[in-house]
Design a protein around this ligand. Sequence first.
Ligand code: AMO
Length: 438
Amino acid sequence: MSEATPRNSKTLSPADSGRDVSVKGWAQEIRNLGGISFLIIRDRHGIVQVTAPKKKVAPEVMTVLGGLSRESVVKVTGVAKAAEQAKGGVEVVPSSIEVLSAAASPLPMGVVDKVNVEADTRFDNRFMDLRRPEARAVFEIKSMVLDLIGDFLTGEGFLEVFTPKIVASGAEGGATLFQLKYFEQMAYLAQSPQLYKQMLMSTGLDRVFEIGPAFRAEHSDTVRHVSEFISFDGELAFIDSMNDVLDVVERCCQSVIGGIVKNAAPQLETLNASVTVPRAPYPVIEYCDAVEMVQGTGMHIDLGDDLGTEGEKALGEIMKEKGHDMYWIVEYPEEAKPFYIMEKDGTPYSYSFDLDYKGQEISSGGQREHRYDRLVQRMQGKGLDPSAFNFYLDAFRFGMPPHGGWGLGVERLVQKMLDLPNIRETILFPRDRIRLVP
Ligand code: AMO
């Protein structure tokens, strides 16, 4: 007997008609209608219909179908048959059905049922939730985003690096540090590769990027904060001004979003999402003007304040009306920015920027203070003890070029691009103040 040809929902086609095939997947739906039974098998790419007319298939097959529980994993072997009414125009008439793993019942949640399942139930049963094609499509897109970032930056001469995630000091403020015991010392989970990517600027590796986990003990429960996210960081040396950084980030975002529009049509269709490439060049709004624009909506905000979630949203609305999804906000007050950002001399402002996408910050960065003395002064000015940063400061004492860079939250980019209501939808197993499992 000839071996059955392995097929899946993508490769099985009416051209297989008459051929012995085998398909594997989850039993999404089983309908036993007396004279005929239908089994819908789901795999990564879609579904395959198995049609079993009682008169034409072996009694053992009908017995298996009669006792099969939804979401069991099966291998069906049989003959492919062109069938107009079946998805893809082809069905399989089974000669055997092997249950590779029987699913218990009841299921913790439905996979294809139309009822709305609470987000918490979905995240509690994420393995099951991710069986939904629309939940999985997000991760196919996220993976493409990461590839597109890598392709773009490699093309621009950037080197991919990996810096430690167990660190001795934080760079983004003590409030969001996770502390851990590291043998006989105290250590932290890295909030950002900030200090390390800057140190690399003194080595001759003058353009680096990193895509890796970053950890923040965020106490507030919001739709855009989690305690573990993927940070896409870049740093480049010998810049003339902050604009050199804006230029790279803007072209990178255009390339990534353009790539998704071009290559992710099936996933976008599954998600019922439409993505448009933002208009470029992105408008550059000075912080002071941004504050004025937000004030103009009637919201109370003072010069010097953080725009905050509501301010960002209000600005997003204004910019949307002007036809812009992406825009820069530049030159924040130096007081509001970390020690490593360069001050704009003679002003209370700094060479810093945020990139906002549809009313939400997705990236921030700036030109760095590369002058050792000034850097130490800035640390002291912010109440930090420079001696805790000697490992970092040393890299500034023996020849550090002017440099700048950015950090971009990959999940926030994906969330806004796909208009998802919550950042958690873009994370396989999200971590927040409450959630530590699964
Ligand atoms: P910042 O703290 O603004 O800057 O972080 C950079 C980007 O990371 C994302 N992000 C988050 N995403 C999800 N959950 C969180 N809790 C969270 N916190 C931050 C955001 C944000 O814009 N070292 C600097 C970057 C630099 O100057 O190069 C930094 O980390 O999208």
